[in-house]
Design a protein around this ligand. Sequence first.
Ligand SMILES: Nc1ncnc2c1ncn2[C@@H]1O[C@H](COP(=O)(O)OP(=O)(O)O)[C@@H](O)[C@H]1O
Ligand SMILES: [Mg+2]
Length: 293
Amino acid sequence: MASISEKLSGPERPLPDERKLDVDEISDVVIEMKDVSFGYGIGETVIRDINLKIDRPGLYCVVGPNGVGKSTLIKCMSKIENLSSGDILINGRSIRTMRHKDVAKFIGYVPVVSKDVFSMSVLETILIGCQNRRSGDSEESKMKAVYKVMVLLNIQDLSEKLFSELSAGQHQKVAIARGLVQKPRVLILDEPTANLDVKYQVYVVELLRALAESEGMIVIMISHDLNLSAKYAHEVIMMSPPGVIYKVGPPEDVITKENIETVYGVHCKVIEDDGAPVVILGQSMMDEFGNID
Ligand SMILES: Nc1ncnc2c1ncn2[C@@H]1O[C@H](COP(=O)(O)OP(=O)(O)O)[C@@H](O)[C@H]1O
Ligand SMILES: [Mg+2]
């Protein structure tokens, strides 16, 4: 069995032998969403009646059309937004009664990354990630934690560079390092593969899967790539309008022709390769006015 640093050492790393995680393993953090609804404005509902329980380590990919509420869902899970109704329990405790600092002890949130998100050096950017979980730590132990994640992600040579000077792949690694430095048991990422070339898309998803498997973490990521999700996720969470969860389960149960055609309005064929579904997209079901046929 390869060590995590071997698994995480670079894009050329081979895939982990086992595609499936031992599903008997119960996570030490359980997240339960109960009838959750949320809207940004009064009387508006963006996500509605969400019921979801995540109690096992693994890589969970959230998929669904633009604007369906994926980012909103994970912001609610991370208490960046406060629920309109329903509740989210973290190890049985209501998120409503938890302080942001307490939520951050369990959950690391990595926003959509663009070069404008952070304007400091790589070292400072990651160090800021210590402010919640490790606020009581000494400067020395914070620096040790920062160094450790930089080594893990192989970005120690970038420490003095400005975040804005990095490539898209490097941005993403620094953002993940910033999420990881607080040692969360749950890491939630908004489109960590956006703007990456295919090599780095595969690298980042392999890395997140390796983290879930080796560290027993719950890793939840939003992705627009159905094939990447189908190949690497332990479970796929598919959302559909009007902001509901359409299906949750292993890729082969969720990434199906019927589900994709219904949720995305695009014809497709789904074949199987090495145990994972592969989507071959066909024609859009939309006419020139944007209406579904
Ligand atoms: N900060 C915000 N204020 C008001 N409306 C928002 C805000 N963020 C998102 N929305 C709206 O909520 C809906 C869902 O957005 P989002 O969760 O970003 O979808 P997704 O991530 O699936 O593309 C969209 O209609 C979007 O315009
Ligand atoms: Mg989004």
